[in-house]
Write a protein that binds this ligand. Structure first.
Ligand SMILES: NC(=O)c1ccc[n+]([C@@H]2O[C@H](COP(=O)([O-])OP(=O)(O)OC[C@H]3O[C@@H](n4cnc5c(N)ncnc54)[C@H](O)[C@@H]3O)[C@@H](O)[C@H]2O)c1
Length: 299
């Protein structure tokens, strides 16, 4: 008995890296998987049928069920066809995992418009495109235990200084996910984010660098496969209690982030005087924000 027997999933960006590991993990647990991947280069250029087809071959070679799809998730109409593909080939859609991604890094003061637009288009608009059509199908087909799982990043959660486009896109996806958790709960949908940590082509440049993670192709702890167990749980019917959350997975750790909450508040029954507001903020807020940030730039 697989933990996802009878379930149908779409995994975007599943031709490589974490998406491929999720697709293979889902299939090993009995899900039928639409393996979507445009086959793009790391910066988003080009198209190649090969990666999606290779993952499908690995899944079917082990007796699993999968089909390859090369829709570009940044394209609204192709995303409509991607969702329709799951229903056409496997009869339904239970789980949507948005893992497609590219990077075009650069400091904010040098970033070109095209760098910004390309990263927002694949990550943020791509997550919207697929989610929009999945949500419409879920709304029309009530009674299921549906799951939306969006890959985000510590780059957004902590604020990577060299990735303003990527950080913004990923935090946009966090907001999209929170909104979907509230909008779609009544249709049996949970919506969560996963911030992964894994050695893939996206993080290969970190190999050998003095980070707290040992990014290396030879380190199984930081493999894409080690991200997957909590993603399988999020896809299962048993995780119905878990929605509107951000979970970090990878390098042997599974962590639950807190959702934004007010930690300090000062109020006045009337109009604030400027000096009064400054004093209140310094006295109340300042002690609350002395927290470590791994990306904080040393002066
Ligand atoms: N590797 C990490 O440590 C890490 C950390 C934080 C977040 N992430 C996120 O996890 C996800 C997977 O990343 P990865 O490391 O496996 O990267 P990867 O580059 O190995 O895989 C990403 C895949 O997305 C595909 N893709 C790109 N544009 C596409 C499009 N328009 N339509 C469909 N497919 C497209 C690519 O062809 C590629 O196969 C991404 O969303 C990434 O931002 C990864």
């Amino acid at each position: 008995m697989g933990k996802l027997d009878g379930r149908v999933a779409i995994v975007t960006g599943a031709g490589r890296g974490i998406g491929a590991a999720v697709a293979e993990g889902f299939a090993a647990e009995g899900a039928a998987v639409v393996v979507n991947d445009l086959g793009a280069a790391l910066a988003g250029e080009g198209q190649d049928l090969g990666p999606a087809q290779q993952v499908v071959a690995r899944i079917t070679g082990k007796g699993g069920r999968a089909c390859a799809d090369t829709s570009d998730v940044s394209n609204f109409e192709q995303s409509r066809e991607l969702i329709a593909r799951a229903v056409k080939d496997f009869g339904r859609l239970d789980v949507l995992v948005n893992a497609a991604g590219i990077i075009r890094d650069g400091m904010i003061f040098k970033m070109e418009e095209a760098q910004w637009d390309a990263v927002i288009a694949v990550h943020l608009k791509g997550a919207f495109n697929t989610t929009r059509f999945a949500a419409a199908w879920w709304r029309e087909n009530r009674g299921g235990q549906y799951r939306l799982i969006n890959f985000v990043s510590g780059s957004g959660l902590y604020g990577s200084p060299t990735q303003p486009n990527y950080a913004a896109a990923k935090m946009g996806i966090v907001g999209l996910t929170f909104s979907c958790a509230n909008a779609l709960g009544g249709y049996g949908v949970t919506a969560n984010c996963v911030a992964p940590v894994a050695y893939t082509r996206m993080t290969a440049s970190l190999e050998g660098q003095a980070t707290v993670m040992n990014y290396s192709a030879d380190n199984p702890r930081i493999s894409a496969a080690n991200v997957v167990p909590p993603v399988i749980y999020l896809a299962m019917e048993a995780s119905a209690w878990l929605t509107g959350r951000v979970i970090e997975s990878g390098n042997g750790s599974i962590a639950l982030f807190s959702n934004p909450v007010i930690t300090r508040q000062v109020t006045k029954n009337g109009i604030w005087e400027l000096d009064e507001a400054i004093t209140e903020m310094e006295q109340s807020f300042r002690p609350a924000i002395e927290q470590p940030n791994p990306f904080a730039r040393k002066k």
